[in-house]
Write a protein that binds this ligand. Structure first.
Ligand SMILES: [Zn+2]
Length: 323
């Protein structure tokens, strides 16, 4: 009997040694990985492909089809003419959150503190009576202030008004891909829409995996992520495919409210950023990581080159160039 116990102990120890403790712990805490969806700049003006109303209807329909019951729309209140206002109401009535993204989408690096605060307050007054409004703020361009005074003063104002700074953990340049897409449509260039879809999903997944890995490196776990998206035509066209890919890779789509329960929501980072890569980059910089705060897919030249090769096929088919 005693020998049996000793043998069992040896066997168990041998098995345990095959799985280093941190591997087991990471797998246990990080599956399924979780991510919430947030769409900035609503109601964004029509850019050529869809009109604004069609874009909004398509977004609502695709979220419904994919059973994503709640996303947040960070809204710019200077765009609330009759059409824009009706679009926000549509989002709200579909169960999505309406939140503050300033009145005129200013760059905090270029405004005084007072000018910036006034812009934020103006948006608050325009947006606060929408159904499903939440006192949540998304800094335009993610710029939270380039001086200690600006950062602290906005943090205090948000606290005083019971606002939450809804940071993002997942940065990307979806807006730049949208601009290349609209330019190609306007200039009548020929391309397969499926090729843009594949490029969109690929670029988004690359940055998502990158910032999740960076988060695990610094937090030893995969946090509840918040994905930055924009209320744009490529989002209305391809977000459903991105959701499918996320789920295929083991991600679960959660509400922004659930994402904000993560302890990283309470962090007030110390570093000052002129250009902020998002909360994982902030945490990494506070931990002394100096390189790689921005993923290579967040670079205009890189996206442009990918677009030419994979969508316009300029490298493979020179005739496209001369037409
Ligand atoms: Zn924005």
């Amino acid at each position: 009997m005693k020998n049996q116990i000793v043998v069992s102990f040896i066997v168990l120890s041998a098995i345990a040694s095959l799985f280093p403790a941190n591997t087991i712990a990471l797998d246990q805490v990080s599956l399924p990985k979780k991510i919430a969806l947030t769409l900035d700049d609503s109601p964004r003006s029509a850019n050529g492909y869809f009109d604004g109303e069609t874009r909004s209807k398509k977004l609502i329909q695709l979220l419904d089809d994919k059973e994503v019951s709640q996303v947040a729309f960070f809204s710019v209140s200077s765009r609330l003419d009759d059409e824009g206002s009706e679009r926000l109401m549509r989002y709200a009535k579909a169960g999505h959150i309406i939140a503050n993204h300033t009145h005129t989408h200013p760059d905090f690096n270029k405004l005084t503190l007072d000018e910036y605060k006034q812009d934020f307050l103006k948006a608050h007054h325009s947006l606060k009576d929408y159904p499903n409004f939440k006192p949540w703020f998304r800094f335009p361009y993610l710029r939270e202030g380039d001086t200690r005074e600006k950062i602290d003063s906005m943090r205090n104002l948000l606290k005083k008004m019971d606002y939450t700074n809804v940071y993002i953990t997942q940065n990307n340049y979806d807006w730049y891909l949208e601009s290349l897409f609209q330019k190609a449509v306007k200039s009548g260039q020929k391309f397969q829409i499926d090729n843009i879809k594949e490029l969109y999903v690929d670029l988004m997944m690359q940055s998502i995996r990158y910032y999740d890995d960076m988060a695990i490196q610094h937090l030893n776990r995969s946090p509840k992520h918040i994905l930055l998206l924009h209320e744009m035509d490529i989002t209305a066209l391809f977000l459903g495919d991105l959701i499918d890919q996320l789920r295929a890779e083991g991600w679960q789509i959660i509400s922004p409210e659930e994402a904000l329960e993560d302890p990283i929501a309470k962090i007030e980072t110390k570093s000052i950023f002129k250009f902020n890569p998002g909360r994982i980059g902030e945490i990494a910089k506070d931990n002394d990581q100096k390189k790689g705060l921005w993923h290579s897919s967040l670079e205009e030249n890189f996206i442009e080159q990918q677009f030419q090769e994979r969508v316009l096929k300029i490298k493979e088919d020179k005739s496209v160039n001369t037409n």
